[in-house]
Design a protein around this ligand. Structure first.
Ligand SMILES: *[C@@H]1O[C@H](CO)[C@@H](O)[C@H](O)[C@H]1NC(C)=O
Ligand SMILES: *[C@@H]1O[C@H](CO)[C@@H](O)[C@H](O)[C@H]1NC(C)=O
Ligand SMILES: *[C@@H]1O[C@H](CO)[C@@H](O)[C@H](O)[C@H]1NC(C)=O
Length: 771
């Protein structure tokens, strides 16, 4: 998810929608209001007479409850079923029909570089990377807002013919035809039926009814994953250099399911289904919704089918941080990506009349403020609004702002929009101050007037200067892009955090990757801020969010897949996780910018991705599809819930003891109960055992375990302590026993377990949380 304008616009829209539905709920006619439902059908109950035409079976079921309902989509790959508009009453009737597994109301989802290849160590390690021809066989499918095909990131110079077996197409539509695709952008489709059913027909004067990207988000994510190298890329001169995706030889296929008004479940599942049928190797989804049971979550269901067919699915963790438990996309078959910073900065300097100076950040494209010190005003003192400091639209009193630099707080409304509000009120500059929630995290924006964003400490100092001086003044100077900024990476405050409140035994996010101030391709339909008033047009834009970190991992997963075509999605995820790093070269643990303190596995998962190391992990924690069934059995899912999630018939073996603790995940989350009762607690301490199986994907050798712990109240022992692998793909199992003393509810502590043969380190984080 991109955290700038798009998400905030969505939030506004969601608020508007919930207002409408609140009225509707009071209304006796609610029963007659049609909504989109996704219907899963049980093919095993299909009467033989329909064998030749499944759609007729779907249709006859639908017609039995509604004469007027049209089928929006018929599904067959991810599950058997369809999407349609029904009243609540019709939905209730349909649910009772034979052959119907479930009738689920559609859910809404939100959309959650030059420097990155070097930062990730890819620049100097080309020799280690898989040969070009292997990477160019791989196809990354991106479910997003579409693509702006004219930018150079989709230049196909030097690429061989489209991989054989590819079944995708280049769908025609508004300003988009088959010549929009090439050997880089090999597929482009759009899915608008759910969106149009909810909002009415797309007005092609304002929005392209085609794979064309009118937002920018999809162009940015797909060019981050697999954009071709473009020299001389920059945003207004910032971050200049060669921009390229993580897998510059891989192919891109875009599946547009997100529109200016949002993303709908029926469109997303149709997009994922087509991507699977077309033959993508990696699926990248920088979108998410609120957590719900896996069998109700469109993205989780689609991802299961994809993973079962060998497609790695990488998703954004969400931008709900720094709040604990703010994750999206927590299914264990998904690779869930949080965000960290790069070692790149776009400095801007604020000087006060008191001679104090503060360093901030800016992507303003014009020149610095001239004319020396200007009057400085706190927006709160220039507004009638109770939250005037937020600089919301039309909240500033022009007479109090004209000719001045205005201090606005981050939060509430899009950051770049605040600069527009100040400009429209006659202000000359803006200082955007972090509140404590954002700490020292600086997210850069392409402001519409000279502006600098500063951290919470500088923000407090600037406000106290304004309060103490009868005639406060300031100026803003813009600096040049700086590289090599340390420490880096730090965990972004917006990056969603664990614990995983939904399945506490699975640690999420899985890992972090660059997601702050990322330069990648942009749409020609809107300016870099996405605001209507922003008439600037750019080929590249710098934006932030876990939406940006997700496609980094999608591209890197394609590189690992190119080097090891036979590896499962779980093996590739394991390689990315167990080789990721949690400390700087100095040995100090990665910092969480929200607090300024060391981050934990709830912030970064297994750590920050290290793609070169991931190519040679030594050992992996692999999962076959059966392991996911055991996981669902351990959740006590019924056969029909398992079928809804997986599209497979599976009955849990009642004689078998399934445990979430034995699910072969590359990390450990250990929820513990404070009070007696649950969690196997006996007497003063709780003993829990976790079992894991490692597969040798390197040379034969002996690995020794080591555990480093910052959890004084937990005794950790591993059995056996040494594992010898004599051949490739040999598997060895070990058990970790945790003997945990009681800690106050809400306590978290952490440890790390690593297997090493002297060449490889196979690291896993351990997170304890007392409930
Ligand atoms: C496709 O679009 C391009 C550029 O807009 C245009 O030049 C070309 O004629 C179109 N081709 C077809 C088949 O419509
Ligand atoms: C603020 O309040 C003053 C006094 O009530 C009023 O004159 C002015 O129009 C208001 N300005 C805005 C922007 O609401
Ligand atoms: C599943 O059911 C068993 C037996 O009732 C129970 O012990 C266990 O806690 C349940 N697991 C979950 C994840 O709800």
């Amino acid at each position: 998810m991109k955290i700038s304008t798009f998400m905030l616009l969505l939030t506004v829209m969601l608020l508007a929608l919930s207002h409408v539905s609140a009225i509707a709920e009071d209304d006796a006619r609610e029963q007659h209001v049609k909504k989109t439902y996704i219907i899963h059908m049980d093919k095993s109950e299909m009467p033989a007479s329909f064998e030749d035409d499944r759609f007729q079976w779907y249709d006859s079921s639908l017609k039995s409850v509604s004469d007027s309902a049209d089928m929006l989509y018929a599904y067959k790959t991810i599950f058997h079923g369809f999407a349609t508009r029904l009243t609540a009453e019709e939905a209730g009737l349909l649910e009772k029909q034979s052959g119907i597994l479930s009738v689920l109301p559609e859910r809404r989802y939100e959309l959650h570089t030059t420097r990155t290849p070097e930062f990730l160590g890819l620049g100097k390690s080309e020799a280690l990377l898989p040969a070009t021809d292997k990477a160019s066989d791989l196809i990354i499918g991106v479910v997003d807002t579409g693509v702006w095909p004219e930018i150079k990131s989709y230049d196909d110079t030097g690429l061989a013919a489209v991989p054989s077996g590819w079944k995708g197409v280049c769908e025609e539509g508004t300003n988009f035809n088959s010549s929009s695709c090439n050997r880089k952008l090999i597929g482009a489709r759009f899915f608008s039926k759910g969106y149009e059913a909810a909002f009415g027909p797309i007005d092609v004067k304002t929005e392209s009814k085609s794979p064309r990207d009118d937002d920018g988000h999809g162009t940015h994510t797909s060019s981050t994953a697999a954009g071709s190298a473009v020299s001389g890329a920059s945003l207004f001169g910032y971050a200049s250099g060669t921009a390229r995706g993580m897998a510059p030889q891989a192919r891109v296929a875009t599946y547009k399911a997100c529109w200016l008004g949002g993303c709908f479940g029926s469109d997303i599942i149709a997009a994922m289904e087509k991507a699977i049928e077309d033959g993508v190797n990696v699926l990248s989804l920088s979108i998410g919704g609120p957590l719900t049971d896996y069998y109700k979550d469109t993205v989780a269901i689609g991802a299961f089918s994809a993973v079962a067919q060998g497609i790695l699915v990488s998703c954004s963790a969400g931008n709900g941080g720094p709040e604990a438990g703010s994750l999206s996309n927590v299914a264990p078959w998904i690779t869930t990506v949080g965000a960290g910073t790069l070692d790149r900065d776009f400095p801007a300097f604020v000087s006060l009349g008191s001679a104090k100076k503060f360093r901030g950040i800016s992507l303003y494209g014009g020149t610095s403020l001239s004319g020396g010190l200007l009057p400085l005003v706190h927006a709160r003192d220039a507004s009638n609004s109770s939250d005037g400091e937020l600089c919301a639209p039309e909240s500033l009193i022009p007479a109090k702002v004209a000719g001045k630099i205005v201090v606005c707080d981050r939060g509430g409304t899009p950051r770049a929009q605040k600069s527009l509000v100040v400009k429209q009120a006659g202000g000359l500059g803006m200082i955007l101050t972090n509140t404590d929630d954002y700490g020292e995290e600086l997210v850069a924006d392409a402001y519409l007037l000279p502006a600098a964003a500063v951290g919470a400490i500088a923000g407090a100092a600037i406000k106290s200067y304004i309060a103490s001086d009868s005639n406060p003044t300031a100026t803003i100077a813009l600096g040049d892009t700086e590289l090599g900024v340390q420490p880096s990476p730090v965990v972004a405050s917006f990056s969603s955090r664990g614990p995983n409140l939904f399945t506490p035994e699975i640690l999420k996010p899985d890992l972090i990757a660059p997601g702050v101030n990322i330069l990648a391709g942009w749409t020609g339909a809107v300016g870099p801020t996405g605001l209507d008033e922003d008439k600037r047009r750019v080929d590249f834009n710098i934006i932030s969010g876990t939406s940006m970190s997700c496609p980094h991992v999608s591209g890197l997963a394609a590189l690992v897949k190119a080097a090891h075509p036979e590896w499962s999605p779980a093996a590739i995820k394991s390689a990315l996780m167990t080789t990721s790093y949690t400390a700087y070269k100095t040995g100090e643990t990665i910092i969480d910018v929200a607090t300024g303190n060391t981050a934990t596995p709830f912030d970064y998962g297994a750590g920050h991705v290290d793609p070169v190391a991931a190519l040679d992990p030594g050992l992996v924690y692999d999962n076959a599809v059966e392991d996911y069934f055991s996981f669902l059995c351990a959740l006590n899912y019924s056969s029909s819930q398992i079928k809804l999630t997986t599209h497979k018939d599976f009955t849990c073996d009642t004689s078998k003891k399934y445990s979430l603790r034995d699910f072969n995940y590359p990390s450990f989350a250990v929820p513990l109960e404070t009070s007696s009762g649950k969690g196997g607690r006996t007497g003063a301490s709780t003993t829990v055992k976790y079992t894991r199986t490692l597969t040798n994907v390197g040379t034969p050798g002996t690995y020794e375990v080591s555990v480093s712990s910052q959890a004084p109240s937990v005794k950790i022992s591993v059995e056996p302590q040494s594992l010898t692998f004599s051949q490739a793909y040999e598997k060895k199992t070990y058990t970790v026993t945790f003997v945990a003393g009681s800690s106050p509810s809400g306590t978290n502590s952490f440890a790390r377990l690593a297997w090493s043969d002297g060449k490889h380190t196979v690291g896993s984080p351990i997170a304890f949380s007392w409930n």
